[in-house]
Design a protein around this ligand. Structure first.
Ligand SMILES: Cc1cc2nc3c(=O)[nH]c(=O)nc-3n(C[C@H](O)[C@H](O)[C@H](O)COP(=O)(O)O)c2cc1C
Length: 451
């Protein structure tokens, strides 16, 4: 039986077909109304699909529409049950609703490049593909899900020293018009409507997000993190991203405190989020620039965290795209303090809806990622690797930005990255790791002896 037929039978058995168009339209209009003609077309498509489902006349050609309608109607689990791709995170649900509920299929057998191993941050790991710090690694449940699907380099989502709510929804929107890479570090103006859609598996996906780095309280994330540490095997590495709050010495101390809490919970590598584009200023002045634009504050944080951690705990600094002058000035100061440098974070961009209203109410700036930032990621990775070679102090490079298919994974690895991660690409295709391992598992260079 085809997947479409299996999903259809499930929908019928659960009595869900009649309610589908209404639930779909409620989702489409959850964060605003599309232009009338677009709304009418979507309504007609969903109604016709429901008729075909009821009559048992759905075919493989219906799969793209069926996927969109079920995902937006809150029924992505039915797709996953039949192995059909859907975006991995429910953008209509809140941060908390999503914490224990990864979407998308889970493979019955974890993909692996056999016995081949690569070196990362002093460990020997399986195929070096992963998911960076983001809501796709927000809890133990996500880490387990991603490990099962072949992702080996997982960065537990940035946590803080106290509970912090997410920004008002929407928090994550497809940037469906951004289907090609912008020039490195471009000053981007993005048009993104909350009801936009990009088909799962698309290699040209981009997205914008404005979560504001939500975090559970340490009493909640520390035990969850300890379980996530236990959930990874010897082919995986779990990094934990942390961030401090406040300004000056208070910020430095809070970064160090949070890093210590993560270490106490069992983290063997701490990643410092020095590059968040979505931090709201406490004085109500809107969104702040990423911390790494201030080199002295950045070095003060990294030094303090290095002093606060055990010698055995690895340390990674995560940067935004930085221009030549900024990066060349910062890296020699960071290199002696860290085991790795990660980048890039999302590109802080102005984001509006097609009618000119802000996509994220009250926040004009948000983080752009996916294919739109691919050339920025390649550019920063090449310069990081060149600075590493010129500087004589070794650090590993964990690269991310615009990886949406095996070729874009390979490009960052070939540029000298030691591991490559994907957020927007994994969101659109939870099985992207499997595709990368399938395409490159036997040929990817720089493998090392297994331990
Ligand atoms: C929804 C979303 C949430 C993110 N949250 C974080 C975060 O909490 N900490 C962090 O360091 N980076 C965060 N990022 C940035 C990603 O880790 C990554 O650096 C960036 O998205 C570029 O990769 P991509 O083009 O594959 O999306 C987030 C990205 C997305 C899309």
């Amino acid at each position: 039986m085809t997947a479409v037929r299996a999903v259809r039978d499930d929908l019928v058995a659960r009595g869900l077909v009649d309610g589908l168009p209404g639930a779909f339209l409620a989702g489409v209009t959850r964060f605003g109304r599309p232009p009338q003609a677009e709304l009418d077309a979507l309504r007609a498509d969903a109604a016709a699909l429901a008729d075909r489902l009821a009559a048992g006349q759905v075919e493989d050609a219906d799969l793209p529409l069926l996927t969109r309608v079920l995902y937006v109607a809150g029924q992505a689990d039915l797709l996953a049950a039949s192995g059909v791709l859907s975006p991995m995170y429910d953008v209509l649900g809140g941060f908390r609703d999503n914490l224990a509920r990864p979407l998308g299929p889970r493979l019955p057998e974890r993909p692996s490049a056999g016995g081949r191993r690569w070196s990362l941050l002093g460990r020997r790991i399986g195929f070096p593909v992963g998911i960076p710090a983001c809501v796709l690694n927000g809890s133990e449940a996500w880490v387990r899900h991603n490990v099962a699907n072949g992702w080996n380099v997982l960065t537990y989502k940035t946590v803080r020293s106290r509970a912090h709510p997410a920004n008002e929804q929407p928090n994550w929107v497809f940037a469906a018009r951004a289907t090609a890479s912008l020039p490195p570090g471009a000053d981007a103006d993005v048009v993104a409507d909350p009801w936009d859609w990009v088909a799962p598996g698309s290699a040209t996906v981009s997205s914008v997000n404005s979560f504001g780095v939500p975090s559970p309280a340490p009493e909640e994330w520390m035990p969850d993190l300890a379980r996530a540490v236990d959930a990874v095997g010897d082919e995986q590495l779990l990094l934990v991203s942390v961030m401090g709050e406040g300004n000056g010495p208070e910020l430095v101390e809070d970064f160090a405190r949070t890093a210590r809490l993560a270490q106490e919970a069992g983290a063997s590598v701490i990643e410092l989020n020095l590059s968040c584009p979505n931090t709201l200023s406490a004085s109500g002045g809107g969104v702040k620039p990423p911390l790494c634009l201030d080199p002295d504050a950045t070095v003060a944080v990294v030094e303090a965290v290095r002093r606060a951690l055990d010698d055995r705990t690895g340390l990674v600094a995560k940067l935004s795209w930085l221009d030549e002058r900024r990066l060349a000035a910062l890296v020699p100061r960071l290199a002696p303090l860290v085991d790795g440098i990660a980048g890039i974070n999302t590109l802080q961009s102005r984001v509006r809806r097609s009618d000119g209203a802000p996509t994220f109410p009250g926040r004009e700036l948000a983080g752009l990622s996916g294919i739109a930032v691919r050339d920025s990621a390649l550019d920063l990775t090449r310069r990081l690797v060149a600075l590493r070679e010129a500087g004589g102090v070794h650090f590993d490079v964990v690269a991310m930005g615009g990886v949406t298919d095996p070729a874009s994974f390979e490009a960052l690895f070939a540029a000298g990255a030691d591991a490559v991660q994907s957020a927007a690409g994994a969101f659109a295709d939870p099985l992207l790791a499997q595709r990368c391992i399938g395409a490159l598992g036997e040929t990817l260079p720089r493998a090392v002896e297994a331990p």
